[in-house]
Ligand binder design. Structure first.
Ligand code: CAA
Length: 258
C-alpha cells in the first residue's frame, strides 16, 4: 500500500478506510490532499480485492474546508488559468462505492467533499456548512449544486447566503445524510455498512451506483431507460445466475464478479 503525506489508509478485508490526516489544520484540503485522494481513490478503483471505501476525518473535523492559507495569495489569473478545483472530477469519477463518515466540522470544501460520496453517515457531532461567503467567495467544489440537489433550494440558499451550520439532526431531516450514528460508533458502523456493500456482487454494485447517479443527470424517461438497460445488462452476468439460484436454494451467493 502506498504512503500518503496527508492520508492514513487501513484495509479491513474488502473495505478500504481512508482517514484525512492534517490535524494541525482541521484536515483543511490543500493541493496535497487532492493529489493524495486522487491517487488513493484511483488505487482503490483499480484493486479487484477492494469493494467499498470509507473516507473519514478526525473526531473534531471531517474537514474544515479548502485550505484558506493556500488560497490566500491566489488571484483570478492563477485559479482560472490552472482550473483550480477541477481535479476533483477525478475523485468523483470513482466507479466503485464509497461512503463519507463525518464527525465534527464538514465546512466549505469539507462539506463538498462529503457530498461527493455515494452517501454520508454522520456522527451526532457532525456540522455541515458552506461558509465561503464569509470569506467573500462562494463554494467551488460543487456545494451550490450538490447541496441544492440534496436539501432543496430554501435550505441550500439560506446556508450559502448566511454561512450558518446545519447540525446532524437537521442534516438527516433534510436528507443530506443517510443516517446519524453516535460519534463513538461512527467508524465501526461505517465499516460494517461498507462490508455489507462489499459483500454484494461487484458488477451489481457498479450498476446500482451508476443508475442512482443518473437520476441527477437525466430527465425521468431517459433515467428509466438507462435503469432498464443496466438491469438487462446485469441479466447477462454469471453473478445474476448465481444470485437467483442461491435465493431459490436458500443459501448465500458466491460472487465471481463476472
Ligand atoms: N484552511 C486553513 N486552515 C484552517 C482551516 C481552513 N479551511 N480551518 C481551520 N484551519 C486551521 C486554523 O487556521 C488553525 O490553525 P493555527 O492553529 O495555525 O492557527 C487550526 O486549523 C485550528 O483551527 P481553529 O483554531 O480555528 O479551531 P476552532 O475550533 O477555534 O474553530 C472552525 C474551528 C470553526 C472550523 C474554524 O477553524 C473555521 O471557521 N475554519 C474555517 C472554515 C471555513 O471557512 N471553511 C471554508 C473554507 S473556503 C472553501 O472551502 C472554498 C471551497 O468551496 C472549496
Amino acid at each position: 500500500m502506498a504512503d500518503y503525506e496527508t492520508l492514513l489508509i487501513e484495509r479491513h478485508d474488502a473495505v478500504t478506510l481512508v482517514r484525512l490526516n492534517r490535524p494541525q489544520a482541521l484536515n483543511a484540503i490543500n493541493s496535497q490532499v487532492l493529489a493524495d485522494l486522487t491517487a488513493a481513490f484511483a488505487a482503490y478503483d483499480a484493486d479487484r480485492e477492494q469493494r467499498c471505501l470509507v473516507l473519514t476525518g478526525s473526531e473534531k473535523a471531517f474537514a474544515a474546508g479548502a485550505d484558506i492559507k493556500e488560497m490566500q495569495s491566489k488571484g483570478f489569473a492563477e485559479v482560472f488559468g490552472t482550473n483550480y478545483f477541477a481535479g476533483w472530477e477525478r475523485v468523483t469519477a470513482t466507479r466503485k462505492p464509497w461512503i463519507a463518515a463525518v464527525a465534527g466540522f464538514a465546512l466549505g470544501g469539507g462539506c463538498e467533499l462529503a457530498m461527493m460520496a455515494d452517501f454520508i453517515l454522520a456522527a451526532d457531532t457532525a456540522k455541515f456548512g458552506q461558509p465561503e461567503i464569509k470569506l467573500a467567495v462562494a463554494p467551488g467544489m460543487g456545494g451550490s449544486q450538490r447541496l441544492t440537489r440534496a436539501v432543496g433550494k430554501a435550505k441550500a440558499m439560506e446556508m450559502c447566503l448566511t454561512g450558518r451550520m446545519m447540525d446532524a439532526e437537521e442534516a438527516e431531516r433534510a436528507s443530506l445524510v443517510a443516517r446519524i450514528v453516535p460519534a463513538a460508533d461512527l467508524i465501526a458502523d461505517a465499516l460494517k455498512t461498507a462490508a455489507t456493500i462489499a459483500g454484494m456482487a461487484p458488477l451489481a454494485a457498479l450498476a446500482n451506483k451508476e443508475m442512482v447517479n443518473a437520476a441527477f443527470e437525466t430527465g425521468l424517461s431517459m433515467g428509466l431507460l438507462f435503469e432498464r438497460r443496466l438491469f438487462h445488462s446485469l441479466c447477462g452476468t454469471e453473478d445474476k445466475t448465481e444470485g437467483m439460484s442461491a435465493f431459490a436454494e436458500k443459501r448465500a451467493g458466491v460472487w465471481t464478479g463476472r
